[in-house]
Design a protein around this ligand. Structure first.
Ligand code: GDP
Ligand code: MG
Length: 178
């Protein structure tokens, strides 16, 4: 090798979980391609997208996994979680039932990844829908604090905090492993 000149490479797997239609696929497409789809259907097939960011002058790649329709059956397989160093647990601020499901998604994440430190961010998506909000920011924040998660409200529709949410998780993973 080239000794000191050799660039270090980082590749981290990050998973997105949460109930169907909370906006997981759109958060990913907004982050990876700056696209939003108002009519998105459950995506079958697309497994992950890779996105790079620079941290301390190093290229850090995140392989970000989307549930690709499995969320509809609430049966995300263990292979989905395997090897993940980070997770975004998403609910929809305009649908309380999706917030109530967060504990269940966290349980599942902890069941499959109990042996590694996983950087987790609780994400309240669709904050653009403030007029029909069913979960307050304070409630989300409080729950995240109790569970030791990062917290952020996002909108894949108007771009609010999407990049920030992913980058905080990726930065935390980097800090955990380096
Ligand atoms: P998934 O099933 O969790 O992957 O959710 P999708 O990304 O497919 O989104 C479900 C629906 O919510 C789609 O109609 C999206 O256009 C819509 N959606 C996603 N994110 C947002 C958002 O931030 N704001 C609003 N208003 N709608 C969103
Ligand atoms: Mg989807």
């Amino acid at each position: 090798g080239g000794g000191e000149e050799e660039a270090e490479e980082y590749l981290f797997k990050v998973v997105i979980v949460g109930d169907s239609a909370v906006g997981k696929s759109n958060l990913l497409s907004r982050y990876a391609r700056n696209e939003f789809d108002p009519h998105s259907k459950a995506t079958i097939g697309v497994e992950f997208q890779t996105q790079s960011m620079a941290i301390e002058g190093k290229e850090v790649k995140a392989q970000i996994w989307d549930t690709a329709g499995q969320d509809r059956f609430r049966a995300v397989t263990s292979a989905y979680y395997r090897g993940a160093f980070g997770a975004l647990v998403v609910y929809d601020v305009s649908r309380r039932s999706t917030f109530d499901s967060v504990a269940r998604w966290l349980d599942e994440l902890n069941t499959y990844n109990s042996d590694s430190t996983v950087a987790k961010m609780l994400v309240g998506n669709k904050c653009d829908l403030s007029a029909i909000r069913e979960v307050s920011i304070e409630e989300g924040k409080r729950f995240a604090e109790t569970e030791g998660l990062f917290f952020m409200e996002t909108s894949a529709l108007n771009c609010t905090n999407v990049k920030t949410a992913f980058e905080i998780v990726i930065k935390e993973i980097y800090d955990n492993v380096s």
